[in-house]
Design a protein around this ligand. Sequence first.
Ligand code: PLP
Length: 395
Amino acid sequence: MTHRPPHLATRVIHAGQHPEPVTGAVMPPVFQTSTYAQPWPAQHTGYEYSRTQNPTREALERCVADLEGGTDGVAFGSGLAATHAVLAMLPAGGRVVCGDDVYGGTYRLLTKVMADRGVQTRFVDLTATPAAEAVPEGTHLVWLETPTNPLLRVIDIAPLVARAREVGALVVVDNTFATPVFQTPLALGADIVVHSTTKYLNGHSDVVGGLAVTGRADLAERLRFLQNAIGSVPGPWDCWLVLRGLKTLHVRMERHQRNRQAVGAWLRAHPEVVRVHDPLHPDDPGHAVASRQMTGFGGMLAFVLDGDLARAERVCASTKVFTLAESLGGVESLLELPALMTHASIPAAERHARGLDDGLIRLSLGIEDADDLIADLEAAFATSRDASLGPAPRG
Ligand SMILES: *Cc1c(COP(=O)(O)O)cnc(C)c1O
């Protein structure tokens, strides 16, 4: 019998976890403790203090590392804390090349925090710029998200990895949107994968968390050091909740994707919809690369409706099944207006230059019934034609 590693659907449930040895508890216990008794000064069980080691956190780290095909996972208190720890590996004066359609908080961290430490970032359209031009000599780190947020453009990872190797740069991929169910960047040569576990990995909109995964021992050691040295660690309860969420990741992703397909087809056929950003569709510019690099397209969609920004605001305020909220990746469907919400920290001129229209509506398809989601949008489109609707009074 040939020995092959288990499939992803098995690993999301079992990877990195063993029944607890004392009681046989099937779920890893929540080790809600700050410190651990030592039998003798400086002799310990492998656990000294929970910023440095925590068994619940370690179970989560092992599981996500396994799903991404890495050796080490390093957990943080948020996706941005994970991003910050990765960027803290840069030398003073470090040079970063970053995709020009990234999470607003990543943009803010690079331009408002890392820039003050002398880190210079070039924002480049990595979907259209040849790798050699995008990544000049002297680059230390290439940061990319694919599919991008919110325009769902697709970046070809492999040529950027090849170019980064030539100039000695690290490649970091934020895999929050695709998840390891649909894309494993380490297998394409990326050095580090970052997640906001807040989103699909947890999947229930009840935790903020982050994680970095690598297959390189040197980077793992450095990230582990920074996790303890900077100290932005998640608590054991949050780790446990993400571990629980992970067990249904593959089932949720399939359903998110199915709903995305149904709502996408409906939007494309709708006479008032000007544009749908959806790499699943063969006409989409990202379709060819996505088909090669991903095994699915996930649960996110973005579209532009005929009319002005005010109409898009009225749509967002009128849905009953979709909740108007930032974030994504939960079982419940959300919608939002990036220009006023998640991407408001990017200056308007810059947003427009990147093709992010003010009226763009982003959908995170949950796992409800697709018919109800479509009926909800249909009703909101109709309500939004009434221009007398305005914002709710405050207070
Ligand atoms: C939400 C998000 C982040 C930031 O994660 P937090 O957990 O909110 O700190 C980073 N990247 C992407 C793609 C995200 O969607």
